[in-house]
Structure formats: C-alpha cells, structure tokens
Design a protein around this ligand. Sequence first.
Ligand SMILES: [Zn+2]
Ligand SMILES: [Zn+2]
Length: 218
Amino acid sequence: MTPAEVRDKLELAAFEDDIFAENCYVIRRRDTHRVLLVDPGLQASRVLEHLAREQLTVEKILVSHGHIDHVAGVPAIKRETGAPIAMHPEDLAILDWAHFAEMPFVPAGFEPFIIDEPLAHDHTISFEDIALRVLYTPGHTQGSVCFLFGPDCFSGDTLFARGIGRTDLPGGDPAKIVVSIRRVLYRLPPKTVVYPGHGPSTTIEQEKLLNPFVPAVD
Ligand SMILES: [Zn+2]
Ligand SMILES: [Zn+2]
C-alpha cells in the first residue's frame, strides 16, 4: 500500500486536554469502526464519549513515552476497552505510579498498567491491513518513540512545530534528542506530516528549515 493509499484509509481526530494541552489522537479507519489511540491523557473521558458516540472499537493503545500527560488516561481506556497497550519498555523506569496517583489532576481510578506489546525500533504494528512503523527516538525520555503511518508521523514529545521536547526531566538527554531528530525524523520524506504530542501539526520539510533548536545539517 502506498503512503497516499494509507492516508486515504484513515481519518484523524485530535483531543487536547485542558492542563497540559496534550494531544490524544484517534486514528480511525474509514472502512471499519476500528481505531488506534495515541497517548490518552487527561482528556480520556472525552475520548471515551467520542468512541461510544461513534461506536468505535479500540484496537490498540499506543504510548509515545511514559510522562503523566501522555499516560494518565491509559488505565481508564484499558479498563473500558481491554485494548492492548504498546509502549517502549525503557520508560517503565520513569513510570512513578505512587507519585502519579498523588497528583491532584490525575483521575480517580488511575492505576499501574503493564505493557502488552513492547516496542523497539522498526517494530511493525498492524492495523488490519495497514502497517505502522515504530521509530525509536530517545532523548526526551529514554523510551520515546514516534509512530509512522504512511505519510504521517506521530512524534510524541520528541519534535514539535518549531520546538523539541524538554530534556531536563528524568531520562532526558539533550544530545540524544538532537541525534534522534537528525538521524531518524529528518530522514523521513520531506512532505511527512508531523503530529506532535503538544501543539499544531507541521512537516519534516518545515522543521528542517525553521526549527530553531535542531537545524538540519545535511
Ligand atoms: Zn513528555
Ligand atoms: Zn507531553
């Protein structure tokens, strides 16, 4: 299937939460009622309402990395849908469950989860007849990944429009995030659309030209 054919088969909806402005993406097939969820956070109850209203079935929960804004809704979605959780195991080290549960904004019922599908670089996730590629992009955290779906890349907190993820939190590494962006993301086709964990979408071409934190070197 060509990248254009993949895009034709999918429809994307983004739900932002009110505290972190974190984007949860609902990737829906146009031909079936199946969806993949990327990073359900504090907006998970709104996402669940949307799923019920549209009669959608969650095939998998994809987690870009282990920060609370990206995982706060994972237990609730798992409980409601039973969908397997796919995440890179390196970020188990920063899932501080006791600390998370004490955070005032974290929803009641938040509980530890396990990774059903451990991710690694070039791991393929199938979504019926569409294959999604996992890109390992450490730096924001040690277990950060991006999800490449035809011509679309879900970049978590690795790459934003004109920005990059902070590296001062546990597991952050300022040298590694630059290497991940230059060697992995900037080598994607220039027209690849990037859907970040926060803020608006962009393209690889625009970031190579205009990103002030990681200018392209080649
Ligand atoms: Zn993060
Ligand atoms: Zn975030």
